[in-house]
Design a protein around this ligand. Structure first.
Ligand SMILES: [Zn+2]
Length: 489
């Protein structure tokens, strides 16, 4: 619709209804309709009093997750992973407990987060450590659990009525629904779909950059002490299944204190210093630079008359800029992409802008072209097992160590004379230097180092500013996961 047409129609409406009273303004109507929907929902969820008195919820569940653009292969079907989860919230004491145990992408995890009002801890049962949380926040931590628990969303609506607007009526799965908004303490607004007949929540949506459209589906309602809870739940991201949850047990209005006990047998680890937010350049060895900030790092290798860049995580343009402070005039001839995961191909457009050749494997061609600014003009070169750069002064080998538990093809960069290895996603290297027990991916990396006869002295990675030694890798390999008894219903 063009602007003049809009003006005409609005003018027409103005003429048709010359006496607009305050009650009829669009925002007020939206608030009033939302309140009607909230009242009907409260009734359907056991009544306003039951929701007011709903102070604690503890649920044990089984998660199935899909590793969209994070699977071992570059396209669907995505790898399916399983995990057990336990979440408990108590609003009066502002306590939240979230435990997750499972595996995916060649990593095992067994962690929990405990928030008790102003205090918080991150527990790794696998690593046997407790780390105090620097700035615990009950609302941020409990948000994800509230968003997948329908009666807790209704409780939010009850408390935050004034933020809610009626958006309209839509048909969803063949049934009429009222859609209203909810603005929680933290995060973007949710659009909640309430069935016009049952007044139960069927769906919720929100837009979460950079993921896109997140769509929550609530199914299979069953009453717990008079309050209907959905027993199954699905989360879709941009229309693709992302998480399915099967609830195994639900407890309400009981103390959750026993679940919020910080295990005493574990070692308390100091809070790690936050990774620098300003891009830093470290010279690992003469002409070999690790450049990055936050959680993303790239390696730049200076050759006789050009530069080879390794790694494609977020912020490559700023990393190139920092590199230019020390290597002023040599062009970047190659950009090496370690693998196809969506967080590792963000640098493709930056290398394309430098007119560099992107180095990858044939199997990842479509992902690389898809990530480019212009798919057709992207210059690609494929590595088959190994590609060697040698200008007489320096040798850099790009080696496919796949398959690994993380990716079918995984390129690492190896400088044999310097003993420097650059890897992505296979060797977690914490900024505080405390090595966790080696993951399956790390064992595979160590195996590849042996098989290829690499005399590695130094390891740098795509996600850490810390330069690790081969002894750090040995230390991780020597540790085994800790076993701790845990309490959950
Ligand atoms: Zn990855």
């Amino acid at each position: 619709m063009n602007k003049s047409m809009f003006v005409t129609i609005t003018a027409g409406l103005m003429l048709a209804t010359p006496f607009i009273s305050a009650e009829d303004t669009l925002p007020l109507k939206a608030v009033n309709r939302a309140n009607e929907v909230i009242d009907a929902a409260l009734e359907a969820y056991g009544g306003a009093e039951a929701i007011t008195n709903l102070n604690s919820v503890a649920r044990k569940s089984h998660f199935t997750t899909w590793a969209t653009n994070q699977s071992r292969s570059p396209g669907p079907p995505w790898d399916e992973n399983e995990q057990m989860s336990f979440s408990a919230v108590d609003f009066e004491t502002k306590t939240f407990v979230g435990k997750n145990k499972g595996s995916g992408g060649g990593f095992d995890f067994n962690v929990s987060q405990i928030i008790k009002a102003e205090e918080g801890w991150q527990v790794s049962y696998r690593g046997g450590t407790v780390t105090p949380i620097a700035e615990p926040d009950f609302n941020t931590s409990s948000g994800p659990f509230i968003r997948v628990t329908a009666p807790l969303l209704v409780k939010q609506l009850q408390n935050r009525r004034q933020t809610s607007h009626w958006l309209g009526e839509v048909e969803f799965e063949g049934r009429a629904h009222d859609v209203i908004t909810l603005v929680m303490e933290v995060g973007p607004a949710l659009s909640l779909y309430f069935d016009k007949e049952t007044h139960l929540l069927s769906r919720s949506e929100r837009v979460l950059p950079p993921f896109g459209q997140v769509d929550y589906r609530f199914t299979n309602y069953e009453p717990i002490e008079g309050i209907p809870f959905s027993k199954t739940f699905r989360l879709l991201v941009n229309g693709e299944p992302n998480i399915n949850i099967d609830i195994k047990s639900t407890q309400i209005n009981q103390s959750i204190d026993e679940y919020a006990v910080v295990p005493e047998s574990l070692e308390v680890v100091e809070v790690a210093p936050p990774a620098p937010t300003e891009v830093e350049l470290q010279e690992v060895k003469k002409g070999v630079f690790l450049v990055g900030a936050g959680g993303t790092y790239a390696m730049f290798v200076e050759m006789n008359d050009h530069v080879i860049a390794v790694g494609g995580t977020a912020g490559i343009p700023e990393r190139i800029k920092a590199m230019r402070e020390v290597i002023k005039d040599k062009p970047i001839k190659y950009g090496v992409m370690t693998h196809h995961h969506n967080d590792h191909v963000l640098g493709v457009p930056a290398y394309q802008a430098e007119e560099a050749v992107v180095l990858s494997v044939k199997e990842h061609e479509a992902v690389m072209r898809g990530a480019a600014t212009d798919a057709d003009s992207l210059k690609l070169k494929f590595v088959e097992d190994k590609y060697v750069f040698d200008d007489g002064a320096r040798k850099l080998e790009i080696i496919d160590i796949g398959p690994t538990p993380h990716a079918k093809h995984l390129l690492v960069a190896w400088l044999p004379a310097e003993g420097i290895l650059f890897e992505a996603d296979h060797f977690p290297n914490p900024t505080n230097g405390r090595m966790p027990p080696a993951q399956a991916v790390t064992k595979r990396l160590a195996e590849a180092i042996d098989q290829r006869g690499m005399d590695v002295k130094t390891i740098v990675g795509a996600h850490s500013p810390r330069i690790a030694s081969i002894d750090d890798l040995r230390r991780a390999l020597a540790l085994s996961p800790v076993k701790v008894a845990q309490v959950s219903p």
